[in-house]
Design a binder for this molecule. Structure first.
Ligand code: GLY
Ligand code: MN
Ligand code: MN
Length: 429
């Protein structure tokens, strides 16, 4: 791992909060992700499942966590299984977690090698009535792959057909949405690394530069600051590429007079940041570009003010739609008739701003969070309005990550990342 060790108090607290929502006589089980194969003997880089990470800090493949708060055998109330390490593995694969290191990382006292799982689980199961299994109920999830968790669940249910089953996911969606101060500090750190990357490219972009050259600069800056790299596939979209919302080719040359839309950010310790900025290739916005830019920035500022305790995500989007509509009228992109005749299910503003304004962010870029529940303090959301005008050859999106506060406006984790059009021009020149 490139990141510095995380205080295990975070994981101890997360498990305590999870346990508090479990039924009597139940065991919750969490698996690591697989290491996904590519071909021959090559694999994708390992990405830990965010739930076992959230509950243990263990960032290693093949690890399994079990929570059994009322187990009569006190030693089995929290159990971590990790792959056995030895001198041979250390030579070929490098350092893996010893039992002591696993305890230090997670705060869990009982650590077994993976080969002890079946017999330990059998003992635990004889005291329990219910298994909490971990399915993926994220509102954006669309997964075709059978995960390690899915395979384990199949095996578990076949092996223990008399136990009842409960869902971990709603508990985790609820808990992970509200961030601990340790998590907020990690997310601030990710945002600070993103800031370094963005400032670096403000000095680098010139007419003729290629989008992938900018991507390389960002990756360099992220990795030298202990990030694994991009928090998500980066979008570096010059000119009309910005109007393809998920443009990730990043293979075009940036032309004088065009804008470049960046949706790029660093991860740190598995925590994500999510930034969008739009800058002029030449270092100077045209009058029209600046007018639209300032409209997007104004929607962003107004939308941010609505991210307060009690706000419901869906209602928030309706309000932001109204703010955006008024800006589009001022820009002459919509007229009154467009708005009067609009279909309430697809309002007129959607022609220029067709995606959502905010999502939870944390261990996942589109993080857990139960969207029907009111916002509460220490939830972290992005704010990301955009205006996309293919007819004019540019698209603009601005995006920051903000923390809902008990009182007052949200705290902007990206407050130091330049955003005002004049400041961007000054820094580029
Ligand atoms: N970068 C992904 C998003 O903004 O949602
Ligand atoms: Mn983004
Ligand atoms: Mn986003």
């Amino acid at each position: 791992m490139k990141y510095n060790p995380i205080n295990s108090a975070l994981f101890v607290k997360n498990r305590k909060n999870f346990r508090a929502q479990m039924k009597p006589k139940s065991i919750a089980i969490f698996n690591s992700n697989d290491i996904y194969p590519i071909s021959a003997d090559s694999t994708m880089p390992f990405e830990q499942h965010r739930d076992i990470f959230y509950l243990s800090g263990v960032d290693q493949e093949e690890s399994i966590l079990m929570l059994f708060p009322d187990c009569p055998n006190e030693d089995l109330r929290e159990v971590l299984f990790v792959r056995e390490t030895n001198a041979h593995i250390a030579v070929w694969e490098g350092e893996k977690l010893t039992k002591e290191a696993a305890t230090k990382t997670s705060g869990i006292q009982t650590v077994f090698w993976l080969q002890d799982l079946e017999k330990t689980l059998f003992e635990m199961s004889t005291y329990a009535d219910t298994f909490y299994i971990n399915t993926n109920e994220h509102y954006r999830a669309s997964v075709e792959t059978e995960t390690r968790e899915d395979r384990f669940t199949k095996w578990l249910l076949a092996k223990y057909p008399a136990h009842s089953v409960a869902k971990s996911n709603p508990i985790l969606q609820d808990l992970r949405a509200v961030k601990d101060p340790i998590e907020l500090a990690l997310m601030q750190h990710a945002c600070n690394i993103t800031e370094k990357g963005f400032r670096r490219i403000l000095n680098f972009v010139k007419p003729g530069v290629w989008e992938y050259e900018i991507e390389a600069e960002l990756l360099h800056e992220f990795v030298r600051n202990r990030s694994k790299g991009f928090a998500y596939t980066p979008i570096i979209a010059s000119g009309n590429n910005a109007n393809v919302l998920h443009y990730v080719e990043n293979n075009q040359q940036c032309k004088n007079g065009d804008l470049i839309l960046f949706d790029i950010a660093a991860e740190y310790a598995n925590y994500k940041s999510d930034l969008s900025r739009t800058i002029p290739v030449s270092g100077k916005f045209s009058k029209r570009q600046k007018e639209v830019y300032n409209a997007v920035n104004s929607v962003k500022n107004e939308a941010t003010k609505l991210l307060v305790p009690g706000t419901i995500w869906k209602d928030y989007h309706v309000e932001v739609g109204k703010i955006m509509t008024s800006e589009l009228l001022k820009l002459g992109l919509l007229d009154k008739a467009d708005v009067q005749n609009e279909d309430p299910k697809w309002p007129a503003y959607k022609r220029y701003f067709m995606h959502g304004t905010s999502h939870h962010i944390g261990l996942d870029t589109h993080d857990y969070g139960l969207l029907h529940k009111p916002m509460t303090a220490n939830m972290v959301f992005t704010v990301e309005p955009g205006i996309y005008i293919p007819e004019e050859g540019f698209g603009i999106r601005l995006e920051d990550d903000v923390v809902v506060q008990e009182q007052g406006e949200p705290f902007n984790l990206m407050q130091n990342i330049p955003i005002e059009a004049d400041e961007i021009e000054d820094l580029m020149n």
